[in-house]
Design a protein around this ligand. Structure first.
Ligand code: BEZ
Length: 249
C-alpha cells in the first residue's frame, strides 16, 4: 500500500476530522505520555499535544511521517509498524484513529500495544468494524471474480465487537467500552469523491493489476454502486466504526 499524503490531506481529511471525537474519549491530561498509533500526517497528534500531553506520532508510512514532521516540526514522529514498535519507557495511553483496520495481524498489534502501556494505562481506538464499507467490498470482489482476477482479497480487518473485545481480553486488557455503529460518510469532491477514495484505499488490494485493469475495475465499481451510494451530487459510503477503551490492569 503506497500512501499519498497530499491526496490524503487534500481530499480525505474527513478521516482524521472524525477522529477529533475519539480524542474526547481519550481525555488526554497535561503531562501524560501518549502514543498516536497510525498518526498519518499528524493532525490529531497536534490536537492531543494542544491539551498539554506529551505525544509521539507513529506511522508505518515514511511518506506520511515526512509530511507530519513538516506540518508540526515541534512534535515527535517516528516511522514504525503497529506490530513491532518499541518504546524506551511505557506510556499512559495508546490512541489510534482510522489505522488499525490496515493491520490484519491484529493480535500481534494489540500485544504490542499492551506491552507499551504502563499498569493502569489505556488503549483508546476507533477504526472500521464488522461490515464496514460492505457494499464496496462485495461489489468490487464480484467484479474481480467476473473479470477472472483471482486471489485478490481486500486488505482490511473489520472485526465485530465480540471478536475484538475477546482479543483485547486475551492479551490481558480490561475492556470498559466497546461499540459498533453505522456512520454513513459523505465524501468531498462531488462526483469525483468516490474515484479518489477508490484510488487511494484500494491501492494495495488492486496492486496485482495493470493501471488499465485497475481503472476498469474502479470504473465498474462506481457504475454499479452509483444507485446505492450517490445522492444529489454527493457520494455517501457505508462506514461502520468500532470504538474501544481498554485498560492495562
Ligand atoms: C478509512 O480509513 O476510513 C478506511 C480505510 C479502508 C477502508 C475503509 C475505511
Amino acid at each position: 500500500m503506497k500512501w499519498h499524503p497530499t491526496l490524503y490531506d487534500g481530499h480525505l481529511s474527513f478521516v482524521w476530522k472524525y477522529g477529533e471525537s475519539v480524542i474526547e474519549l481519550l481525555d488526554p491530561q497535561p503531562g501524560e505520555r501518549i502514543i498516536d498509533l497510525g498518526c498519518g500526517t499528524g493532525h490529531l497528534t497536534a490536537r492531543i499535544a494542544d491539551t498539554g500531553a506529551q505525544v509521539q506520532g507513529i506511522d508505518s508510512s515514511a511518506e506520511m511521517i515526512t509530511v507530519a514532521r513538516r506540518n508540526y516540526p515541534h512534535l515527535c514522529f517516528q516511522v514504525a509498524d503497529a506490530r513491532s514498535f518499541e518504546l524506551d519507557t511505557p506510556v499512559n495511553a495508546v490512541f489510534s484513529n482510522a489505522a488499525l483496520h490496515w493491520v490484519t495481524e491484529a493480535e500481534t498489534a494489540v500485544s504490542q500495544i499492551t506491552r507499551s502501556l504502563k499498569p493502569g494505562g489505556r488503549f483508546v481506538a476507533e477504526f472500521g468494524g464488522r461490515n464496514n464499507v460492505r457494499a464496496i467490498t462485495t461489489t468490487l470482489s464480484h467484479l474481480l471474480a467476473e473479470k477472472g482476477y483471482s486471489g485478490l482479497k481486500h486488505p482490511w480487518y473489520f472485526p465485530s465487537i465480540g471478536e475484538y473485545a475477546c482479543l483485547l481480553e486475551k492479551v490481558g486488557l480490561k475492556v470498559t467500552y466497546c461499540v459498533l455503529f453505522d456512520r454513513p460518510t459523505a465524501l468531498d469532491n462531488g462526483d469525483e469523491g468516490f474515484t479518489i477514495w477508490l484510488q487511494m484505499f484500494t491501492d494495495g488490494w488492486l496492486s496485482g493489476l495493470s493501471p488499465q485493469e485497475r481503472d476498469g475495475v474502479i470504473a465498474g465499481t462506481i457504475d454499479r454502486l452509483k444507485p446505492q451510494l450517490y445522492q444529489d451530487g454527493q457520494w455517501y459510503l457505508d462506514y461502520c466504526r468500532i470504538q474501544v477503551v481498554a485498560f492495562k490492569p
